[in-house]
Ligand binder design. Structure first.
Ligand code: ACO
Length: 324
């Protein structure tokens, strides 16, 4: 096959929706001051979902995958590749991918996790696309799943208001028609410290703080530049113009970063899928979650050209141009 094609999408949010007002009230109990007005103005976020303590990335990811498989009309026995992008895996090992594989009753093919933080889904989609085009796989599940609430520092108001939990998935199949037109991936490890969760396990103990920390302004500047650059790269690789893009499906970190990208590409805001208001930043899950919401609401139609793009810790970033 010359191409891979998205044949189904699915997503899952945890039940509990926490509005900015509810979060602000909870934080006030800890002596931390924030407000709906501040969060909406700086980020565009109005609410996020938080998973119950017993709910894991594999629970959310498996449900998103089930919905994507149903939409694509494929069975567990059809899947020969399963990639999970996550920074909040169930265990140190084995991979969340293997745990999801068991939950879905899949016993064949390859399964592994991929770590590129908020760019994880773009990385996973690009790897799955390459494996399908090379003939190594025919039907892949590509999942982004996160329980970021587990690694948030609820005494740091500059980060804990930004993130949420959730999962999204696509089924990617070998096809003679496009399909994924082009993907580009980048990383620059000079910026490890601007966004990280530095704790690790050693000798049966957690060494270092296993909570997210971020230099928000540094991230902001790096993100807008990186996204603009990689968006132009995939357009050029596919021989397309920005004006050919029907829907921009960006990583949902912050409405101001998203608007900055759309503006640089001269795309009207109406052609950008926005879910950050209701989901917050769900890291690797945010792009497939936004994609599924837009597909199921009828916004994104078959034949549309989509630009997916994301940026995250590392720094990592990437984009994919798709004929849906
Ligand atoms: N509530 C109320 N006040 C707050 C809050 C809050 N939740 N957080 C910070 N403040 C205060 C600060 O303490 C500061 O007060 P001061 O002026 O008295 O010191 C003031 O608000 C301004 O703080 P800044 O950090 O300058 O605010 P800024 O406008 O930069 O917004 C933000 C912060 C939203 C984090 C912004 O930098 C940003 O969007 N950065 C991008 C980061 C991002 O989106 N990361 C997502 C993860 S990375 C990714 O997915 C790519």
């Amino acid at each position: 096959p010359r191409f891979s094609r998205i044949t189904g999408t699915g997503s899952k949010l945890p039940e509990r929706r926490v509005s900015n007002d509810e979060l602000a009230a909870e934080l006030a109990g800890r002596g931390i001051e924030t407000s709906d007005a501040w969060i909406v103005e700086r980020t565009g976020i109005r609410a996020r979902h938080f998973a119950a303590p017993e709910v894991t990335s594999s629970d959310l990811g498996a449900e998103a995958a089930r919905r994507a498989m149903e939409a694509a009309g494929v069975q567990a026995t059809d899947i020969d590749l399963l990639i999970v992008a996550t920074s909040t895996p169930d265990m140190v090992f084995p991979s969340t991918a293997c745990i999801i594989q068991r939950k879905l009753g899949i016993q064949q093919g390859a399964a592994f996790d991929l770590q590129a933080v908020c760019a994880g889904f773009i990385y996973a989609l690009s790897v799955a696309d390459s494996m399908i085009r090379s003939g190594t796989a025919r039907r892949a599940l590509v999942i982004g799943s996160e329980v970021f609430s587990r690694i948030l520092d609820f005494s740091d108001r500059t980060t804990c208001v930004l993130f949420g939990d959730g999962a999204g998935a696509v089924v990617l199949e070998a096809s003679e028609e496009p399909g994924i037109l082009a993907t580009r991936l980048h990383a620059d490890g000079r910026h490890v410290e601007v966004l990280c969760t530095p704790g690790h396990v050693s000798g049966g103990q957690v060494i270092g703080r296993p909570l997210l920390r971020m230099d928000g302004q540094a991230v902001f500047k790096l993100a807008v530049h990186a996204l603009d650059h990689v968006a132009r790269e995939v357009l050029e690789a596919a021989g397309r113009q920005a004006s050919d893009v029907d829907w921009l499906v960006p990583h949902q970190a912050n409405i101001r970063i998203m608007q900055g990208t759309a503006r640089k590409l001269k795309l009207p805001m109406e052609r950008m899928v926005v879910t950050v208001d209701e989901h917050g930043n769900t890291s690797a899950a945010s792009i497939p979650l936004a994609l599924d919401v837009a597909v199921r609401s009828g916004k994104i139609q078959r034949g549309d050209t989509l630009m997916l793009e994301g940026v995250g810790g590392g720094f990592t970033w990437g984009a994919a141009l798709i004929d849906y």
